[in-house]
Design a protein around this ligand. Structure first.
Ligand code: ADP
Length: 483
């Protein structure tokens, strides 16, 4: 933990490390062994207020005066310094979140890519001129909202900081970040690296702590002009209520029950690794995980058999052992997943992976589980489990596949496996999802690709250029100068 010193129990405000107002701390547990990794500050509403005021001051200071090109240059420098510290960040994330080292390394690269993408995009968001009445010139321009609030979860701290804080800073907002209490060390390290890379003071402020305290205070703060939230549906609804109070725009990314539709003409060899990896990546704790595999009956037995074999070979162990899966984030999360497995006792459990002998007793390990022949309306085929559990569901034809695919309250990601181009196009139109993949699946991937959902999956889009529109507001200027 070189980057954070021996004690990361501070808030990052105005480019300085300050103790939280309450002086209370929250222990951070290493999910690989159940031991206390360190303590973080228990940020309060007062800390949030100080952070928001620092962000507001930054907008009126150096950061607010920076040109779009200058903002881009700083983001570029942050991307470079992240890559310089890649291994340290990856190890920090692996210890904190429990994800296998190779996944943590991939997350570091993604974080750097977000910085690079938004660095390049910062000065390329143009307005338009609009033909209007004679004697007028009308044009539009994009302006930052002001102070933006970012409440993020523990599953992909680095990636979510990249897509949310990166886009907000590119557009000239000043950000206040509330990382998750379960895993926030790379968020804090990001603050330090941003400072070293030359980000002006106050442009980014980080207050760790509990959701109901620091998170709630951030969502309700009257000077926060946009909130970006990634997390559970229940908390998303609370945030929507909080922001409604000040009529503040909001991006909600709340998860899903994303299906992959596998037709009898699919290239099965290409499909299989995608089918499984999209379910077990990050131990299934991925908003865009594919937890439902819909398979046409002609190839159903073949797919179930192949997936069974793949599941039986999966190994779960400590993050630093770098196996297929790490532990889930906490004992509580393990209990939630096991609760679902219990509700699936009546189902056909066809395969289970193995927890490695090297996994310490105190870790929160869950062996990945595959169920077949699952009725589409079963709770395991309807609710987001957020653990390494996939269900396989048979279908007869395209109409039935579509009805099953669209038959949950979520709508985040879907994929179609078929060589029939017309079918791909039909389904891409009709699937209820923010992203549709044709003959591939991109759980969490794609810095350049707009991402977000419908229904209980949330609203608004992050990633790609689309995020830059979300993190800015459009002003129309109409000048009457006469002909
Ligand atoms: P999970 O159940 O997966 O931990 P949550 O939705 O509870 O996901 O948490 C996601 C983020 O939201 C975390 O940073 C958490 O601290 C924060 N959070 C939790 N409850 C609230 C709340 N009432 N108001 C604002 N933020 C919250």
């Amino acid at each position: 933990m070189k980057l954070l010193g021996n004690n990361p129990a501070f808030c990052f405000i105005n480019n300085e490390w300050v103790p939280g107002c309450s002086a209370q701390r929250v222990p951070v547990i290493n999910p690989s062994n159940g031991e206390v990794l360190c303590e973080i500050a228990r940020g309060t509403a007062d800390d949030i207020d100080i952070a928001v005021m620092a962000a507001q001051a930054a907008l009126e200071g150096d950061w607010g005066r920076a040109s779009a090109a200058e903002r881009g240059r700083v983001l570029h420098n942050i991307g470079a310094i992240i890559l310089d510290h890649a291994e340290e960040l990856a190890e920090l994330e692996a210890h904190d979140v429990g994800k296998p080292l190779k996944q943590a390394r991939a997350d570091v690269v993604a974080l750097a890519r977000y910085m690079e993408f938004y660095a390049g995009a910062a000065d390329k968001v143009h307005g338009a001129t609009i033909p209007y009445l004679n004697g007028y010139t009308v044009y539009t321009m994009r302006e930052p909202h002001g102070v933006t609030g970012h409440i993020i979860p523990w599953n992909y701290p680095m990636q979510i900081i990249g897509r949310s804080v990166g886009a907000a800073l590119a557009m000239g907002n000043a950000a206040v970040l509330k990382p998750a209490e379960e895993a926030c060390l790379t968020a804090l390290a990001f603050g330090e690296l941003a400072r070293l890379a030359g980000l002006p003071k106050g442009a980014l402020n980080i207050v760790p702590g509990f959701g109901a305290e620091a998170g709630n205070a951030l969502a309700q703060h009257p000077l926060v002009r946009h909130v970006s939230f990634t997390g559970s549906v229940d908390v998303g609804k609370l945030i929507q209520e909080s922001t409604a109070h000040h009529v503040v725009p909001l991006t909600l990314e709340l998860g899903g029950k994303s299906p992959q539709l596998v037709f009898e003409d699919a290239d099965i060899d290409v499909a299989l690794p995608f089918l499984v990896n999209a379910g077990i990546q990050n131990a299934g704790q991925t908003c865009s995980a594919s937890s439902r595999i819909l398979v046409q009956r002609q190839i159903y037995d073949q797919i179930v058999e192949a997936m069974t074999q793949m599941y039986t070979d999966l190994r779960v162990g400590p993050a630093m052992d770098d196996l297929d899966l790490g532990p889930v984030i906490s004992k509580r999360q393990k209990e939630i997943v096991e609760g679902y497995l219990d509700r699936g006792r009546d189902l056909n459990l066809v395969a289970k992976g193995q927890v490695s002998a090297s996994a310490p007793e105190g870790g929160s390990y869950v062996a990945p589980v595959l169920f077949a022949d699952v009725p589409p309306d079963h709770v395991l085929a309807q609710e987001e489990i957020f653990g390494p559990v996939q269900v396989v569901i048979p279908f007869d034809d395209e109409t039935e596949a579509l009805a099953i695919a669209n038959g949950t309250q979520f709508g985040l990601v879907a994929s179609v496996w078929s060589r029939d181009g017309a079918r791909q196009m039909r389904l891409a139109k009709k699937l209820r999802a923010g992203q549709v993949f044709l003959n591939n699946y991109g759980a969490g991937g794609g810095v350049e690709l707009p991402f977000g959902g419908t229904g209980l999956s949330g609203h608004g889009r992050e990633k790609g250029f689309e995020a830059l529109y979300g993190f800015s507001s459009l002003k129309t200027v109409a000048a009457l100068h006469g002909s």
